[in-house]
Design a protein around this ligand. Structure first.
Ligand code: SF4
Length: 218
């Protein structure tokens, strides 16, 4: 029986060996990463890419432009991302928060103390823990672990957590066991997403071909 730190490091090494660096999160700027983190809620990344292309084509991909565009117009532009009325409001909530906290300067916002910023982000309507941690890690390079549905599913299937474990409990498991290393957390989450997308499907997981096969099996 291995301790959890050894298991989590072994898992990371297996995935990295199988898939190599994932170069995640795609985006030309930290602000684009933030917008992508909000748009990707409950939708596939290919749809987010179309919405971001639309924003770029209309020169709306900046804090100032998003602050001033009417929410109804924004909803039309981001339509490919799905739930577009809700996501338009969420983008507006974020940029309003950004202007309130730092006058629209994302670098200045991201330079704030990590824990304070995380709890401030979580107070923004429409920003839950997965989105907040994605923003902090991928736009802000802060050492926070992003937990998604794949992470929970894989850890549950390998007997590391009960099925109903909370977001914070799973995040704490990684953060308590691993050194606070933003670049490793960046790669680790991206590798888990790739594993989940390719192999650990909700129905009919492809265990026989999966690089995690045998991990933590007694
Ligand atoms: S597909 Fe099977 S072996 Fe791979 S992570 Fe999921 S449960 Fe584990």
């Amino acid at each position: 029986m291995f301790d959890k730190k050894t298991l989590l490091l072994d898992f990371y090494n297996r995935l990295y060996k199988a898939f190599g660096p994932r170069h995640w999160w795609p985006g030309d700027s930290p602000f684009e990463v933030v917008v992508g983190a909000i748009l990707t809620q409950n939708t596939a990344w290919r749809n987010v890419k179309k919405a971001i292309s639309n924003l770029k084509a209309r020169t709306l991909l900046s804090p100032n432009a998003l602050y001033h565009v009417p929410v109804q117009d924004l909803a039309v532009v981001i339509r490919p991302a799905g739930y577009y009325n809700i996501k338009a409001r969420r983008l507006k909530h974020f940029v309003e928060f950004l202007f309130q906290e730092s006058g629209g300067n994302l670098d200045r916002l991201l330079a704030e103390d990590f824990d304070t910023l995380r709890s401030r982000l979580l107070s923004v309507n429409g920003i839950g823990p997965e989105t907040a941690d994605s923003i902090l890690l991928y736009a802000g390079n802060k050492p926070t672990f992003v937990v998604d549905a794949y992470t929970r599913r894989i850890l549950f299937r390998h007997n590391l957590i009960p099925e109903e474990t909370s977001y914070d409990e799973v995040r704490d498991l990684f953060m308590d066991c691993l050194e606070p290393d933003a670049s490793m957390f960046n790669e680790y989450h991206a590798l888990i997403v790739h594993l989940g997308h390719r192999f650990c499907l909700k129905k009919n997981p492809k265990c026989t071909e999966c690089p995690a096969r045998g991990w933590n099996d007694e």
